[in-house]
Design a protein around this ligand. Structure first.
Ligand SMILES: *Cc1c(COP(=O)(O)O)cnc(C)c1O
Length: 358
């Protein structure tokens, strides 16, 4: 049976990328070796990482002065690595608390300077994006989470900031066009919208680096990776290869503009069903709803049907729809690689279920 993968992460990848990656594991481009066993300094991988970096620059339309680096440790390592590199002891950074990942970023940053939390939606279980807060001009940076994977909210418009924005874009990376110029640093774990788990992309404005007085171990200093083109030590060869294949796929489809159009259409289809179907209701404030992670629960009076619906999704090949424990209900992650047919299959099942149960 054809399965549709709604997992939050590691998540769906384009089918063509998985086929190509499988070939590379067996015999990379006919060289008689697997990509898994070639040197990271050899010609094969050199070409891969160079192409991945160039595609990233092209698809993100990076202005002059920004560098792309490939790291390990996940987005969670960036929660401390960003303040460690950008914020000196005694200096202040501003954070907005929009969910579990944002609050983890806040917790880690506190070890490196003064952390000012400008706003939080915690009191409403993070079901909206705070707006209208004042951004202090004298803070080093403003940290934002562009898409809250767990709570299904997304920043549809970034605030105008007098200071560089540092942003966790793990779960909506490359899902829409972006003006990079207000950003000082962007980071994203690959396993939501780019590739398999194991690699983290950082895009950083180089002139912001080298300003802190603390000792930075080589492996935790962004400048090491810029200087060595992400080859200071052995990089995650295979995740970078698969990410490169996904970037090729994205470019071939038409880039972030086309992606945004597709993502809007998919999300509209699913939210329309959630709003129209008497059995279900959304959990996030409508204007802040994520185009990537769609969170919904059973409507009042129908709560007892939750387990049954989840069972039916699995029986129909729709996998990974169980909501995060902090929200409950369901979460449909419909990242770039999710085809519209996948969303349509879920909508059809929701409608069919309502016809039988409402
Ligand atoms: C998944 C996720 C993380 C954590 O990523 P790791 O790579 O597991 O460390 C951080 N932030 C956001 C927004 C995420 O979706």
């Amino acid at each position: 049976m054809k399965k549709h993968n709604f997992s939050a992460g590691p998540a769906i990848l384009p089918a063509s990328v998985i086929r190509e990656a499988a070939k590379g594991v067996a015999n990379y481009e006919g060289i008689g070796l697997s990509l898994l066993e070639v040197s990271h300094r050899g010609p094969e991988f050199t070409a891969i990482i160079e192409e991945a970096t160039a595609l990233m620059q092209e698809l993100m339309e990076l202005p002059e002065g920004y560098k792309v680096i490939w790291l390990t440790g996940g987005a969670s390592t960036q929660f401390f690595m960003a303040p460690m590199n950008l914020l000196d002891a005694g200096e202040t950074a501003a954070y907005v608390d929009t969910g579990t990942w944002a609050s983890k970023a806040i917790k880690e940053a506190k070890g490196f300077g003064n952390i000012q939390v400008l706003a939080s939606s915690k009191e409403q279980n993070y079901n909206y994006i705070p707006k209208g807060y004042k951004i202090p001009k004298d803070a080093k940076y403003l940290h934002l989470t562009s898409n809250n994977t767990i709570f299904g909210t997304q920043l549809h418009k970034f605030p105008k900031s007098p200071i560089p924005i540092v942003c966790d874009m793990s779960s909506d990376f490359l899902s829409r066009p972006l003006d990079v110029s207000p950003f000082g640093l962007i980071y994203a774990g690959a396993q939501k919208n780019l590739g398999p788990a194991g690699v983290t992309v950082v895009i950083v404005r180089e002139d912001l680096l080298g300003k802190v007085s603390r000792y930075l171990p080589s492996m935790l200093d962004y400048r090491t990776f810029i200087k060595e083109h992400s080859l200071y030590n052995t990089p995650p060869v295979f995740p970078i290869y698969v990410s490169m294949l996904t970037l090729r796929w994205l470019k071939k489809l038409g880039g972030t503009k086309v992606m945004q159009r597709r993502n809007k259409a998919k999300a509209a289809l699913l939210y329309r069903e959630i709003d129209d179907n008497p059995l279900f209701q959304g959990t996030a404030l409508k204007q802040d709803r994520s185009l990537m992670n769609v969170c919904f629960v059973m409507a009042p009076g129908y709560e007892s049907l939750e387990k049954e619906f989840l069972k039916e999704t699995e029986a129909n090949g729709l996998v990974g729809l169980k909501g995060h424990r902090s929200v409950g209900g369901f979460r449909a992650s419909i990242y770039n690689a999710m085809p519209k047919q996948g969303v349509q299959a879920l909508v059809n099942l929701m409608r069919d279920f309502a016809n039988r149960k409402a």
